[in-house]
Design a protein around this ligand. Structure first.
Ligand code: PLP
Length: 375
């Protein structure tokens, strides 16, 4: 039996989401002006209202998309096009959904500034936010280390200079309390499969003003920000998953963080020279570590062989550059960054999962270090 410790990559679908999905799989176009269309529309409206109430937004601010990546693209590119400045501010530790999007804006004339981060991977210099920009974009919590970013500071400073802020909350929604209005961001991206909803269902929260300009063009659905026929079953499943995730959030945060802390304590008690990249405040389920002298890919393969499913944590971990851009930005050496493994616990995680890792980790680390680095 395999032990799944890669919840940050994707989390198994919740039963409530599967049921909602199946119940509404046959729904037709919610834009149809006949009975079947109205029925689909009513399911979609309910999903929108529930999601809005769970995330502290108005229903009109909820836009259904097809992924977290799509939400990030629509918001960042859309705010850039709606703005009058060519400055874009971000951080070097963003997910590729954000980093590659701003890089593409660079090709059409954007002046990109990345806020420096400290050795904990969190922004530690806010100076570039003093001058107005088309937008600033920052993640709520890092997908590799789990680090919660100093968002309030960023939003406060950006707002003072009139700069709209996009928040990539893909790792946060369903895991931390989220109140869109209280946060003060302009737009916020989420992804259902990170909180037990279906893969291929994303959310974008977007204030009425300033709103992202249309990047995709079509039939005008979702305020024209995300045109295209909406997946009603996906929206209903997303709402059902989010309701359950938010309902159990407080208890799960404690339970999962305890398991994570025990996993960390058990690993450092058994293995010498472990670098711990996850520092507080962090998401409850994240544990990102390096075993210097080992290659992340070897560690993952040996773990997999032992029935443990984990990842290196880096979205660009295959290919020539095996070191994570997040760890390099935080000043970790390439040698150490290449020995990274990310364990992420979630809703289905149990004490037995932690014990299973602890039963094999010493052997796995020894064998991976003996195999050495790929050169
Ligand atoms: N942003 C962050 C922080 C993520 O962790 C991910 C997925 O891993 C994404 C964006 C992209 O989300 P999706 O897989 O829904 O496209």
């Amino acid at each position: 039996m395999s032990r799944f410790l890669d919840h940050a990559a994707t989390s198994p679908m919740r039963q409530v989401a599967v049921e909602a999905w199946i119940e509404h799989a046959g729904k037709l176009n919610p834009g149809g002006q006949y009975s079947a269309g109205r029925k689909a529309r009513s399911v979609l409206d309910d999903a929108r209202e529930l999601i809005a109430s769970l995330l502290g937004a108005d229903p009109v601010e909820v836009i259904f998309t097809a992924s977290g990546t799509e939400s990030d693209n629509l918001a960042i590119r859309g705010l850039y096009e709606a703005g009058s400045s060519n400055r874009v501010i971000s951080t070097p530790v963003e997910h590729p959904a954000v980093l590659e999007t701003i890089k593409s804006l660079g090709l059409i004339g954007a002046d990109i500034e990345l806020l420096p981060v400290g050795s904990d991977g969190r922004v530690d210099d806010y100076e570039p936010l003093a001058k107005p920009a088309a937008l600033a974009t920052c993640m709520w919590a890092n997908n590799e280390t789990g680090a919660i970013m100093p968002l309030h500071e960023i939003i406060e400073r950006a707002s003072a200079s009139g700069t709209p802020v996009h928040v990539d909350a893909v790792q946060a929604v369903g895991h931390l309390p989220v109140d869109f209005h209280q946060l003060g961001a302009t737009t916020l991206a989420a992804s259902a499969h990170k909180f037990g909803g279906p893969r291929g269902s994303g959310l974008l929260l977007a204030r009425r003003s300033p709103a992202p300009a249309a990047v995709l063009h079509g039939g005008g659905q979702e305020r024209g920000i995300r045109p295209g026929t909406i997946d009603v079953a996906g929206a209903a499943a997303t709402a059902a998953a989010l309701a359950e995730a938010v309902g159990e959030l407080e208890a799960e945060q404690l339970r999962i963080a305890q398991l994570r802390d025990d996993l960390l304590a058990g690993i450092v008690a058994q293995v010498d020279n472990v670098l711990v990249h996850t520092t507080q405040p962090a998401l409850p389920g994240h544990l990102h570590l390096s075993f210097p002298g080992a290659e992340g890919d070897s560690l993952i393969m040996l773990l997999d062989h032992a029935g443990i499913e984990a990842s290196t944590g880096s979205a660009c971990a295959s290919g020539v550059n095996r070191a994570s851009h997040v760890l390099l930005a935080a000043g970790v050496s390439e040698h150490d960054a290449r020995g990274a493994v990310r364990f992420t616990l979630g809703r289905t995680s149990t004490r037995a999962d932690v014990d299973a890792v602890l039963a094999v980790i010493a052997e796995v680390a020894t064998r991976a270090r003996l195999a050495g680095m790929a050169g």
